[in-house]
Write a protein that binds this ligand. Sequence first.
Ligand SMILES: Nc1ncnc2c1ncn2[C@@H]1O[C@H](COP(=O)(O)OP(=O)(O)O)[C@@H](O)[C@H]1O
Ligand SMILES: [Mg+2]
Length: 367
Amino acid sequence: MAPKRRMTVHLSHLRLRDFRNYAKLDVDFTPGFHVLLGDNAQGKTNILESIYLLATLRSFRGVGGAQMVRHGQKGYFVGGRVVSTAEHLIKLYWSGTEKKLSLNDQPVKRLTDYLGVLRTVVFCTEDLQLIKGTGRIRRRFLDLLLSQTHGSYLPLLQRYAHALRSRNALLKQRNVDESALDSFSGELVRLGTEILHLRHQLIPRLSPLARLAYRRISNDAEELRLEYAPSVHGDFAVELARTRGRERVLRSTLVGPHRDDVQLFLNEKPAGQFGSEGQKRCLAIALKMAQAEYLTGLHGAPPVLLIDDVMGELDVKRRSGLLPLLERAHHARGQVFMTCTETNWPEELGRELRRWSVQSGSLRGCS
Ligand SMILES: Nc1ncnc2c1ncn2[C@@H]1O[C@H](COP(=O)(O)OP(=O)(O)O)[C@@H](O)[C@H]1O
Ligand SMILES: [Mg+2]
C-alpha cells in the first residue's frame, strides 16, 4: 500500500491594508520555513499578529480591533489565501462601525464553520505567564486548544460564560430570586459538565506530548507532568449546592470550570514555584510544542507556527534543543514564521529557510 500522504495547510498569500504600520502589503508565501529579520519596531510581530488574527479572529497581544488599525485610518483589512486540500480565501475587515468576515466570498455566519480553516500556534515572550501567571492564563490555553479541535467548544464556552454572568448578577441582588437562581444553576451545571468532560479528556493526551517536548528542549533530567486541577471533583450539581451558604456571603459562583487550573510539575514539584527561570522558559515552549503536536495528530496537518523572538531568550544549550523541534515541523512540510533580529537568527537551520527583511512596514524577500 502506498504510504498515506500527509495533508498540509499553508498560508500562500497575505494581504494587509492599514493594519498596524502596514499601509499596503501583498505577499506570497511558500510552505516551509520563513524568517522575518529586522530591527526593533519595524513590523515583524505585526505580521505574526495578522496571521494569528486570520486563524483565531483575535490578537495574541490581547488587544481589540481599534489598536490594530493604522494610526489615522478608519479600519483595517486582513486577507489571506489558505491552501490545504482546497483553497480558501479569507477576508476580514474591521472598523469601529463595521465588521466583515467572509470565506470564499461568502459571509461567515457560524464561527464553527470558520475556525478550522487555518490553525496556528504562537510562541511569544508572554508565554512565560503560562507558568508564572494565574490559572486564568492556563484556562485560556486549554480553551483555545479545545476551540481549535472541537467545533462546538467555543459556543459552549460562551453559553457557560453567559449563564455564569446571569447567575452572579442574581447572587448580587438583595433578595435573591431562588427559582430564577435554580434555573441558572441547572443551565450552568449542564454546560459546565460538558466543559469539564472535554478538559478531562484533553489533559492526559497533552501531558505526554509536553513531557517529550520538554525533554527534547531542555536536555535536563527533569520529568514534566501536567495535571488537571478542576474546581469540581465529583458531581457539579451537588458541589454547587454545597457552596450555597458561602455564595450567600460572597455573592458569586464559587465552583465550576471558571475556577479550573492545570498544574505543572517538574519531578513532581510545582514548576511555577520551584523551577529556575531557564526551566520556566523551556516549559512554556514545551506547552506550545505540545499544542502543535496535538493539533497535528488530530487533524493530520501541522498548524502554522508563529514564533516571536523566542530565540533571543534561550541560552545556547536550549536553543540547540529547540532547533530539532523546528526541523520536525519543517520536515512535516508545515509552515513556520519566525521573527529574529540580525544578531540572533538561527543560522544553524541553514539551507532551506526563506529570509525576509522587515523595515518600517514593508516586507522584502532576501533569499
Ligand atoms: N495601530 C498602529 N498604527 C501604526 N503603527 C503602529 C500601530 N501599532 C503599532 N505600530 C507600529 O508598529 C511598530 C511595531 O511593530 P512590531 O511588529 O511590534 O515591531 P517588531 O519588528 O519589533 O516586532 C512600531 O513602529 C509601532 O509604532
Ligand atoms: Mg516584535
